[in-house]
Design a protein around this ligand. Structure first.
Ligand SMILES: Nc1ncnc2c1ncn2[C@@H]1O[C@H](COP(=O)(O)OP(=O)(O)O)[C@@H](O)[C@H]1O
Ligand SMILES: [Ca+2]
Length: 532
């Protein structure tokens, strides 16, 4: 195809046209420079083209640079039964209602035990937090201190202390309050979370970090089939309580007290959540030991299959006795000290753990234990906190249920000396209890929650998601800062950065095409001379 009115003897392709444009400054026939003959309008056009490109790139860079710099911060202290951790979160100020933009930027582990253990030395409860709060002061930019909210949430350790001694719990909280108030942040209060809140916020954290609340604009135009909008259940194992939270398959949850309703990003969620106080792994071990102490009223020595052979521990029975956490059918022991001797036997350990659950009655169609309703577990679950620590130690976070059982069996059968030699760097308290903890997790998940072999595959043991720890703290902050809107905010199909970049590329393309078209169709004099 030729060009009408063309002075060329043969058709010229776009490709050729582009080559000619590039070769314009040099006279290819005579080899002499043609700069002098270059009309000023081309110089001006070239100049504007270069300025335009530079301007577009500068706008894109400045725009994106600005959005990463204007950050907001939030601090949450997780005052657990065994320890306190401080989390610092950061998010871009102008995107705070978008899903998945809040990130954990730092975590600080408070030295020493949980705040509830300071009931008899309350001053220490506040003092213990200073080191991490000082670190937070360094991490959060100075100019952001005043606007940065700080929250402290206490969990099952403080719930138990409140049940045992309300006054002591109040004093611990007020000490902690005083310390946190003395920092230049925007302190929002220290309080005890209910078990339901703990479960629900853990569920929100998981699903927020996994982007499960996100309803991108694309699915509205595509069949639902291609986009799963499901949520993932949450399993949290602490020291003093454990939580299970998920959206059940069946429409109605039989126990109204276990229902939480959320309206998030324009969607309704009816969530089942239950928190079992006294069934965190430390309290569950206490329940088991108390149960064991009743075994033989004639001796204070007990053979314990949940500890390794060769392991011995002497326990003050008074320490085990927590008025709020007692095994079914408990009677006071006549001994003050309990001497434990490990025998390391998984099957027997599983049988002894069984006794801390009451499964003799269920007023609903299905129960977990102690007469608590549990709808059939369905869908995927994220299992975090001690569920993750224990499975990670045993190296079975990805394993099928049979492999997990086999691994715990083998681990329990090792002697205490073997275990200590194999894992020299691990805290003795943790190391001595992994056999119990592993068995307890199998008992709870498989036997009480009814995660069968098939359903076990749907449990994902996880510590972090995209660098943020799985736990209730992020969900708590998102809720209190109103960062999860009820209605879905208007989301643009393209991100700001993509929009700017696409605009820049398209502008360059349009200008280039314009120039090529001009050169090809209008044939400026300088080009005609070269070809002729
Ligand atoms: N590395 C670890 N290995 C085993 N267990 C751990 C590890 N780190 C923490 N834990 C345990 O995880 C649990 C955390 O519970 P915590 O959050 O303090 O209590 P709660 O949530 O019941 O208030 C405790 O039992 C603690 O001993
Ligand atoms: Ca916890």
């Amino acid at each position: 195809m030729g060009f009408r009115g063309s002075t060329f003897s043969k058709p010229l392709s776009w490709h050729q046209g582009f080559l000619i444009l590039q070769s314009c400054p040099i006279d290819v026939i005579s080899g002499t420079k043609v700069w002098k003959r270059f009309p000023p309008r081309y110089v001006i056009m070239g100049f504007f083209l270069i300025v335009g490109i530079i301007a577009l790139i500068a706008v894109a860079v400045a725009q994106n640079h600005h959005s990463t710099r204007n950050s907001k911060y939030g601090i949450v202290l997780d005052a657990g039964s065994s320890h306190t951790s401080l989390y610092i979160y950061e998010w871009p100020a102008e995107k705070e209602n978008d899903t998945g933009v809040v990130q954990q930027v730092d975590v600080c582990d408070v030295e020493g035990p949980g705040i509830s253990t300071y009931a008899n030395a309350v001053k220490k409860a506040g003092y213990s937090l200073k080191h991490c709060m000082d670190k937070a002061k360094e991490k959060v930019p100075l100019e952001k201190h005043q606007e940065t909210p700080v929250y402290l949430g206490a969990t099952a350790g403080m719930r138990l202390l409140r049940l045992a001694n309300e006054d002591a719990a109040k004093k611990v909280l007020s000490e902690v309050d005083m310390t946190l108030r003395s920092y230049p942040f925007n302190f929002q209060g220290a309080r005890i979370l209910s078990g339901e809140e703990e479960g629900a916020y853990g569920w929100i954290t998981l699903n927020y970090l996994l982007g499960n609340f996100k309803q991108s604009v694309w699915p509205q135009f595509m069949p639902r089939l291609f986009f799963s909008t499901g949520t993932i259940g949450a399993l949290d194992l602490g020291g003093a309580s454990t939580q299970i939270t998920f959206v059940p398959n069946q429409e109605s949850i039989e126990s109204p007290e276990d229902i939480v309703n959320f309206y998030l990003y324009g969607k309704n969620y009816t969530v089942y959540t239950h928190s079992f106080l006294c069934y965190g792994k430390d309290q569950a071990l206490r329940l088991k030991l108390l149960q064991d102490s009743l075994q033989d009223p004639l001796t204070s020595r007990v053979q314990d299959p949940c500890f390794h052979q060769g392991y011995e521990r002497t326990i003050d029975i008074a320490d085990l006795q927590n008025k709020s956490c007692r095994p079914p059918g408990f009677t006071m022991s006549s001994y003050s000290l309990l001497q434990i001797e490990g025998t390391g036997d998984y099957e027997k350990c599983l049988a002894s753990i069984d006794k801390i659950f009451n499964t003799s009655y269920c007023p609903y169609s299905s129960c977990s234990f102690n007469g608590i309703s549990l709808p059939p577990v369905s869908g995927n679950f994220g299992a975090f906190s001690a569920f993750y620590y224990v499975m990670k130690f045993l190296n079975v976070t990805q394993a099928p249920m049979d492999k997990v059982i086999e691994t715990v069996k083998i681990f329990c059968s090792k002697t205490w000396n073997e275990v200590k030699t194999e894992f020299p760097g691990i805290k003795e308290k943790y190391l001595s209890e992994y056999c119990f903890s592993g068995t307890y997790i199998i008992s709870l998940l498989n036997q009480r929650y009814n995660f069968t072999k098939e359903k076990w595959q749907n449990i994902h043991f996880l510590g972090k998601i995209r660098n943020s720890d799985a736990g209730w703290t992020l969900g708590y902050m998102l809720n209190l800062t109103n960062m999860i809107p009820a209605e879905q905010p208007y989301t643009r199909p393209l991100s700001h950065a993509t929009y700017i970049s696409l605009m820049a590329i398209s502008s360059i393309l349009v200008i280039s095409l314009f120039l090529i078209g001009y050169v090809t169709f209008c044939k400026p004099k300088c080009l005609k001379k070269e070809i002729i």
